[in-house]
Design a protein. Structure first.
Length: 659
């Protein structure tokens, strides 16, 4: 490289000016012919860059809360509603809210409104004005992904654009959910309705303590220059759709929920009205350990009567997603609709499969299948009309993600996708999916339409196959077994897996876990309520149950290996196609499972776990050990009746391991 004093390589010969011919054939230098811009100043030039969003189409008739109102009035009412959401319960008014970014000069004081509320709560109202009532809270309302990217990159440390266009973020000290910090308000209604006590995820708190935490969150949010507000929907079944509002402090949280909940159209947003449920996410701010019921600085609090959730002391975005899922687990069964921690997809012939399983067992991986339509990866409802996804996006684990094994998920990680806690090359911004430096629970959250064969709207007919996924760290469960109804219910209630590290805070090594209904952390009623509904629906619609081990083979965790994803996919293919239903079966000892002798594309010897173990004695001991763990776990359920059918209850009790 030649030195020329500029640090740039020296050109050998000056390049000739590029000359183009105009119509008259005169040689013209192209940069002289460029027309001048319209702007006179830099500010004017910048103002040309952004076009005002087109006004949304006026509605015919009086279709919603805000229909037939002039635009200004509608926007004023929207702000009023947000101010009402953010109102302190101990002061007279909601904050002065103004729409737009505080950094953009033009938004200042244009549309501001303060909500005055009529008290329903017996809390002291302090009429003297305090400083908080003097300031404005800027509301960034349903921003677009591009706007949220800019907010995140400008203001949130640890936000970067990866080489594929995703937004890399850090969730802070918590990189998984904190189930021990979940609290649910116990009142006269919930005391009788919900599942409390041993084994239940619902740890009680009282209404007053909830209000203390709510006030803490609201005061924190109002002390900020700006908050993000998302108004969105849950549940693709239009009859049972829920309106949710998420108030948060971070662009990361707003983009995450934009992706995970159902995104309203402009028209739906105009008519949104009052939300059915509101989340106050003040995750950067801890709860107060002096507050009753608080056992750490993290608290995620559900109040079903107030239809509110408060988040303090954790920025892990999955808390919002799973908090809303808990709410659905309460609301839907009241309407005779079964809520499910399951993935769901549909074949070209309309055959629907549900994939149940605890975190990391393969719901997202296996429901995302290039040969089938994806209905959803994690949360569904099963009503009298079929299945519907609760969410509008997917939340995939991305540790060791590979383009070859999971191409659809790989390709979904592009502009708009939130990538949590991944490590990337500081220069190329290429993500190193194998890197666990921040956490093992790295995640990608993307809108469901980023999967090319997503089924939109995300609904489908009644399921034909119900696949229970277990990631068996002991390596003794067969790769696949066919279940009768009683066995399906037994395994559904047991909810066995080896919890893969990371998704729940504090778990570092896989261990055997039992989690009723494959999601005890999110259910609100007693597990037998959901189980009875599942049995009734499976029976009525003739669905077949399967148990698929996506975990170890040839030995336990540490000595055996995880079953190859390619084999699991062949097994799932055989379930979908119906070919496995007609295979030849033999029965296993201890668990009494029906296992097929062969499946196309899968080595037959792995279908029978004991074949794959070198040490047969160790196999037998491990099998008995796991059987014992199942028995112990199920003891708590032996006193419950499952549904109206006493026969079924007896059969379920007998469907467990026998030795
Ligand atoms: N045989 C297998 N079957 C399924 N998944 C496998 C298998 N082997 C390895 N895996 C890996 O296991 C993980 C399964 O995670 P997945 O995201 O599907 O979990 P999930 O059930 O959706 O959990 P969550 O409810 O936490 O989202 C993926 O990282 C996948 O690549
Ligand atoms: O909730 C989360 O953080 C991830 C998830 O899907 C689960 O744990 O089931
Ligand atoms: Ca998932
Ligand atoms: Mn999940």
């Amino acid at each position: 490289m030649a030195a020329n004093g500029t640090g740039l390589p020296m050109a050998r010969k000056p390049l000739a000016k590029i000359v183009t011919e105009d119509k008259q054939g005169n040689g013209l230098c192209h940069d002289d012919s460029a027309k001048g811009i319209k702007a006179q100043t830099i500010d004017e030039l910048h103002s040309l860059q952004k076009k005002r969003s087109a006004p949304t189409t006026p509605l015919e008739g009086n279709q919603g809360a805000f229909a037939s109102l002039p635009d200004d009035e509608r926007r004023r009412q929207q702000l009023q509603s947000i101010s009402a959401s953010l109102a302190s319960l101990t002061r007279g008014a909601g904050p002065k809210v103004v729409r737009g970014d505080p950094a953009a000069k033009s938004s200042q004081a244009v549309e501001h409104v303060a909500h005055r509320h009529h008290h329903h709560v017996e809390a002291p109202t302090i009429s003297v004005s305090d400083d908080s009532s003097l300031k404005f809270t800027h509301v960034l309302y349903n921003l677009s992904p591009a706007e949220l990217y800019e907010q995140a990159i400008k203001y949130e440390k640890g936000s970067f654009i990866t080489s594929s266009g995703a937004l890399a973020t850090l969730s802070g000290a918590k990189t998984g959910r904190s189930p021990r910090d979940k609290r649910v308000v116990m009142d006269d209604t919930t005391q009788n309705e919900l599942w409390w006590g041993r084994g239940s995820p619902n740890i009680e708190m009282d209404e007053h303590t909830f209000l203390v935490n709510r006030e803490r969150a609201v005061d924190y949010l109002n002390s900020l220059d700006k908050v993000f507000v998302n108004d969105q929907f849950l549940n693709w079944d239009p009859q049972n759709r829920i309106k949710v509002r998420i108030v948060s402090a971070r662009a990361y949280h707003s983009l995450f929920m934009h992706n995970m909940c159902i995104r309203p159209t402009d028209e739906e947003l105009e008519n949104f009205g009052t939300p059915d449920f509101t989340i106050y996410n003040a995750g950067q701010f801890p709860c107060n350990r002096y507050t009753h019921y608080m056992t750490s600085s993290t608290s995620t609090d559900l109040n079903l009567a107030r239809k509110e959730m408060v988040i303090l002391g954790t920025q892990y975005a999955g808390e919002m997603k799973k908090g809303l899922f808990s709410v659905m687990h309460y609301l839907m069964p009241k309407r005779q609709i079964l809520s499910l921690h399951s993935g769901c997809n549909m074949g070209i012939d309309g055959d629907v499969a549900l994939f149940f399983g605890l975190s990391g067992t393969g719901k997202t991986t296996l429901s995302t299948d290039h040969n089938r339509y994806l209905i959803g990866d994690d949360e569904h409802c099963w009503s009298d009309y079929g299945v519907s996804n609760i969410e509008g996006g997917c939340y995939a684990k991305c540790i060791d993600l590979s383009r070859e094994k999971e191409p659809d998920i790989w390709n979904a990680i592009k502009f708009g996708t939130v990538l949590e806690n991944v490590v990337f090359d500081e220069h190329t911004r290429e993500v190193e999916y194998g890197d666990k430096s921040v956490t093992e629970n790295t995640r990608a959250a993307y809108p469901i339409e980023y999967i090319p064969n997503a089924k939109l709207p995300c609904i489908g007919p009644h399921p034909k196959n119900v696949i229970l996924l277990a990631c068996d760290a002991f390596g003794v469960l067969p790769p696949v077994s066919k279940l009768n109804l009683a066995q399906t219910m037994y395994h559904f209630i047991s909810g066995y897996t080896a919890l893969v590290a990371g998704t729940e805070d504090g778990i570092k090594e896989p261990t055997a876990t039992f989690s009723a209904c494959f999601g005890a952390a999110f259910i609100m009623l007693h597990p037998t309520k959901y189980a009875a509904m599942l049995a009734e629906k499976m029976q009525k619609h003739g669905a077949t149950g399967w148990l698929v081990n996506t975990g170890w083979s040839g030995g336990s965790y540490g000595s055996g290996n995880r079953i190859k994803l390619a084999y699991t996919r062949r097994i799932i293919d055989a379930i979908h196609s119906g070919s496995l239903l007609n295979a030849t079966y033999e029965k296993t000892d201890v668990f009494g499972l029906e296992i097929p002798t062969e499946i196309e594309g899968v080595p037959s010897e792995i279908l029978r776990p004991e074949n794959t173990w070198g040490d047969k004695k160790a196999y037998k001991n491990t099998l008995l050990k796991l059987g014992g763990l199942f028995k112990n776990n199920f003891e708590t359920f032996t006193n419950y009746k499952i549904g109206k059918d006493t026969m079924l209850t007896q059969e379920i009790l007998a469907a467990g391991p026998n030795f």
